[in-house]
Design a protein around this ligand. Structure first.
Ligand SMILES: *Cc1c(COP(=O)(O)O)cnc(C)c1O
Length: 461
């Protein structure tokens, strides 16, 4: 299996190289040269298997010769051993044809743990073989950073730096990033918003000399290995509702377009997905783009679902690549236009996108009302991101079972949940002491040179 860049100018890489590289050297994102297809019989055979075995069968065809089968099974087992639910990604029923996929039973209570725990294990195993050491720098709107800290702390071949927008993450998210005591993981509170953090990380990757000097690697949702890890729960949940004999639909609360792109890959692999619905909060660039054909940024409006407060949806580039017939030069031109504020999607590409995705937007008031009504009707306490998904899904229900992805545990966003429904969700017992642990964080300006100096100094110690 070979991986190519969406901008067509970077080296073709193997799975492990693409995992270590993150952002391609031409600024593009790696995608598989072709998507392996599972037959209906292969998919039917997943029924009743443990999550870990589904993960093995879904991901194995993408891996090439990076690991032996036994090694890969061992890494998957380690990755998910710390989850607080034996099913890993359990389904609960919200209504006659509406199901919630709870992706928040991992160590940091958000779906990011599915990918991050596994990529931590895979990177460590690959580096242990080659004896190399790498520096991972990531930007986060909150959940990626905490998941990365948890996945990489104490790993001997990795230095991790996480940039989060100062003052714009929830207290639980911040504490999950600032309380790990291991010296190889460090939190940076940067002045600016998430897009600024993401832009500085991209700048570091595009500074090829710095990139080589510190052996920079990325674990943001642009990393192909993360997307791949997320494909698994589309299969596990669909099969438990009767796929492949029966179609299912998915609604996905979306920010950087990583999680929903995993659903797009699941469908390309043969999973019978009827609707794939993009759910956005008031930062609705994706919903607007699908309706109007114009992909245009207009500044981030902070919301009560902060992990989706994003204007530049990085992984959207991957689907644009397919929508433009895998023409890297066309994608490069669009991304250059985006730096000036936006672009118009061509008619052909727009038709492809509209055939592939549905979309909807959920206002702040609707998010709150949905938290209240879901609790009143079903007893399920939703985090604000999951509530955005549930609200948008309600507009797309029909005869096909709808699975809405619940992306975080409500206790990760206690203020928003309490404001909506009057009671404060408690942390699971296993992290009840989070508020007592000492914090460790460096406040920094939105300044590339200062950040690079801080990283150089950090890895020298
Ligand atoms: C990251 C995140 C999202 C958005 O996921 P993308 O893959 O960036 O679209 C939604 N909800 C929560 C809780 C998240 O942490």
């Amino acid at each position: 299996m070979r991986y190519i860049s969406t901008r067509g100018q970077a080296p073709v890489l193997s799975f492990s190289e693409a995992m270590m590289t993150g952002l391609a050297r031409d600024g593009g994102l790696y995608v598989p040269e072709s998507v392996p297809v599972m037959t209906q019989a292969d998919i039917a055979a997943l029924a009743g298997l443990p999550y870990e075995e589904v993960a093995f069968r879904v991901m194995w065809p993408f891996l090439g010769d990076t690991f032996s089968k036994d090694e890969f099974r061992g890494l998957i087992a380690k990755a998910y051993a710390g989850f607080g639910h034996a099913a890993r990604a359990p389904l609960v029923q919200l209504g006659p044809n509406h199901f919630l996929l709870e992706l928040f039973h991992g160590p940091t209570l958000a779906f990011k743990d599915f990918a991050m725990q596994l990529i931590g294990q895979m990177m460590q195993a690959a580096l242990a073989k080659s004896g190399e050491r790498i520096t991972i720098v990531g930007a986060t709107s909150g959940d990626t950073g905490s998941a990365a800290m948890e996945a990489f702390r104490g790993l001997s071949n990795v230095d991790l730096f996480i940039l989060y927008p100062h003052g714009r993450v929830s207290e639980v998210q911040r504490r999950q990033m600032t309380t790990p005591a291991e010296a190889n993981v460090r939190a940076i509170a940067m002045d600016g918003d998430f897009d600024d953090c993401q832009a500085r990380v991209k700048d570091m990757f595009n500074d090829l000399a710095f990139r080589d000097e510190v052996r920079l690697a990325g674990v943001n949702s642009i990393n192909w290995a993360r997307i791949l890890s997320q494909v698994v729960y589309y299969f596990s949940s669909a099969v438990s509702l009767g796929a492949p004999q029966r179609e299912v639909s998915f609604t996905v609360p979306t920010g950087n377009f990583g999680d929903i792109f995993a659903g797009y890959i699941a469908r390309a692999m043969g999973l019978p997905i009827a609707q794939l619905v993009i759910a956005t909060n008031q930062n609705d660039i994706l919903d607007r783009a699908l309706r109007s054909g114009e992909y245009r940024t207009d500044g981030v409006k902070p919301s009560i679902s902060p992990s989706m407060d994003i204007q530049v949806s990085s992984n959207f580039e991957r689907v644009l690549f397919d929508a433009y017939g895998r023409d890297g030069a066309a994608v490069s031109a669009l991304m250059a236009e985006l730096r000036g504020g936006g672009f118009n999607i061509s008619q052909g590409a727009l038709e492809m996108l509209r055939d592939t995705f549905a979309s909807g937007r959920c206002s702040e008031a609707e998010t709150q009302a949905t938290i209240r009504s879901a609790f009143a009707d079903t007893g399920e306490v939703l985090c604000p991101h999951s509530a955005v998904g549930v609200k948008v899904a309600e507009g797309h229900l029909g005869t096909v079972p709808m699975i809405t992805l619940a992306t975080a545990h409500p206790a990760k966003f206690p203020d928003a949940v309490e404001a909506a429904m009057g009671t404060r969700p408690g942390l699971p017992d296993r992290m009840a002491d989070l508020f007592d642990r000492p914090e460790r964080v460096t406040r920094m300006p939105n300044d590339l040179a200062a950040l690079q100096a801080h990283i150089r100094e950090g890895i020298a110690n």
